[in-house]
Design a protein around this ligand. Sequence first.
Ligand SMILES: Nc1ncnc2c1ncn2[C@@H]1O[C@H](COP(=O)(O)OP(=O)(O)OP(=O)(O)O)[C@@H](O)[C@H]1O
Ligand SMILES: [Mg+2]
Length: 514
Amino acid sequence: MATFFQEDEILGKAYDARIMRRLLTYVRPYIRLTIVALVFLILVSLVDLVGPALIGYGIDHYIAPKTQTLSETQRSIGLLEVASIYLLVLIAGLILRYLHVLLLSIIGQRIMLDMRSQMFDHLQRLSLSYFDHNPVGRLMTRLTNDIDALNEMFTSGAISILGDVLTILGITILLLVINWQLALVTFVVLPPLFWIASYFRVAMRDNFRAIRVRLARINAYIAENIGGMYIVQLFNREQRNFERFDDLNRDYLHQTVRSILYFISFSSITNFLSAVAVALIIWYGGGRVLVSALTIGALVAYLQYVDRFFLPVRDLAEKYNILQSAMASSERIFKVLDEPATIQDPSEPEVFGNVQGEIEFRDVWFAYNPGDWVLKGISFKIRPGERVAFVGATGAGKTSLISLISRFYDIQKGAILVDGVDVRDVRQNDLRKHVGAVLQDPFIFSGTIASNIRLHEEHISDVINTMRKCANAAQDFQLGKNNCSPLPEPSRSIPKSCLSWTKQPPALTPKPKC
Ligand SMILES: Nc1ncnc2c1ncn2[C@@H]1O[C@H](COP(=O)(O)OP(=O)(O)OP(=O)(O)O)[C@@H](O)[C@H]1O
Ligand SMILES: [Mg+2]
């Protein structure tokens, strides 16, 4: 079944320096905010390390001191002080974390906004042939899901991994400082932990890829079926299509269940190893306390640190997925952004002002796909004001011919001249301003009839008359007389005679000549 679907999933690495460098260019405008967020992150990691040390201090000095030098009142005052500082540290940590998350989210959203704008702008410049080869659904995914994946990386992936690494490093140093022998005993669990983490990393990565591919298949299938519902129902394909969908759906379910299994197994094993570490500390550390080589406070602080040590390790697999997904998404986004517009304006365009509307095809050869000729050596001349009809079998090339006048595609051989000027020698905007087209298949943008007729050309003043005609045609179809009311969806419910008027009828475009 896999071959049936076009799989465009790029399943990249979790870290790709080239992509990362390019992503960083999007961070550049917000570099100050990012630095502030990083400072907050470092502070949060440091503040988090203070709590256990304070508790250890409180126990060793005021609850179970080695020597009874302080009175009971002094000890309770001391405890109150420690508790107050603990609370303050906690509050400081909360505020810093709040600011850090807020800043990161703002940066992430801003980058998404920039990327979406850049992508939309770029898509509009691409030549029509690009859209012939790239389904709408796929481009929609680029603009929405892929950009979302990047946001997730900025807010909860890349930067928080940095925080996790800082925390792990800080705790390791503290454990060694408190008691290096105990630290070495505790670190016995590290080799199996790293081995298991790397095993699950690979398994989860493969599973994650499988899920993405399955999801892409489901999306493509749904899009295809909704788009072609008419055909599905016409040919009684419901049951068969449902069965096919059911297969895809189940396939997706199996992979998702597997991912849950991995996730639960991984966290259970890390929990178990963390329990082993605690048991080792109680056994060995407790023994050190008995021979007075370690204080109780240090032991309690130690236990708390070990607990915090395992937290980021447990999250690592999830963050790895976020990073990987973001890298793959960026690669796909950049692929669209790097797509050059094949139809370019000339560097020195001819002036194309007072157009009479003479069209000439001079031995035009054209193929959508190389070698697959649609027009072979077509030549004709249409004088200004002359009316010409092209008649031919379906697929003969009538629509193609019309598209070439507006230079939606470039021809391979020959020349197309408007008023004696090659269409490749003028700006696309200038050329299309003078060509009016009433399309075979009307396309309606969301909005009102009026806005569809105008297509944002505010200077089309005769729009009211046209709207009246349109409303008359529409009356029978209960579209209503109010031309400013939003159009119903789908546009198929609107009479064609009406729609054709909304397609910039030649009389309404800014005086088309062709
Ligand atoms: N975007 C495209 N990409 C590739 N091939 C195309 C594309 N559009 C049309 N063709 C092919 O080019 C040929 C001419 O198509 P065209 O749409 O110009 O014919 P037509 O005369 O307008 O037909 P109809 O009467 O059905 O509208 C056909 O073989 C068609 O399959
Ligand atoms: Mg056609």
